[in-house]
Ligand binder design. Sequence first.
Ligand code: HQG
Length: 188
Amino acid sequence: LESGRRTQLSKFLSGALRHFPADVGLELDTHGWTAFDSVIDVVTDRYGWAVSEHVEAVVLTDPKGRFEWDYTAGVGRSGGRIRAAYGHSVDVDLDHEETPVPDTLYHGTAPRHVDSILTEGLKPMNRQKVHLSGTRAAALSVGGRHTDDPVLLVVDAERLQADGQRIVKRGKDVYTTDRVASEYLEFP
Ligand code: HQG
């Protein structure tokens, strides 16, 4: 699978599973899952060159762990159901395993958002959750999607959790939570 096509498939799958399932004819259950076979149908209709192994490859080898595959719901390797691990704008309830959360997390953003984040804290904006990163480098790269000069915010995840707020690990290095009030943020 050539890298341009891999990116095309990855972006399409992310969009379909996070933001516009209905527009492409997919139905997500309340936990965000949809049948792998139905995704294959949608993808092969749309991309004449694509076969199910391409989708498998993209789902299984995503560097950020963007997708989850539940094989137990189907027979064999192809089958079962898949969902996006994070990033949703559609309303889903992602059940999750209890995984440890580092005491310090990071968020990268654009300078133009900083004033508003100072007063309102981090809000989910167009998504269901606020997305945080486990490392400075990852956060800067997330911020780099919005600007050429990302700003790094340090999140006191330990205190946030001690105060009763839930933080959940999703994908390889993403942590989601409902909101981060600015008192938990350290600005540069
Ligand atoms: C900002 C990608 C003003 C926030 C990434 C961000 C991530 C505020 C933007 C995942 C604000 C929303 C999510 C406030 C937050 N006032 N601006 N009160 N609160 N913002 O794209 O975190 O590669 O929805 O700082 O890597 O950038 O697609 O969120 O700049 O993991 O898998 O509002 O998506 O993952 O932008 O990115 P986004 P994000 P993938």
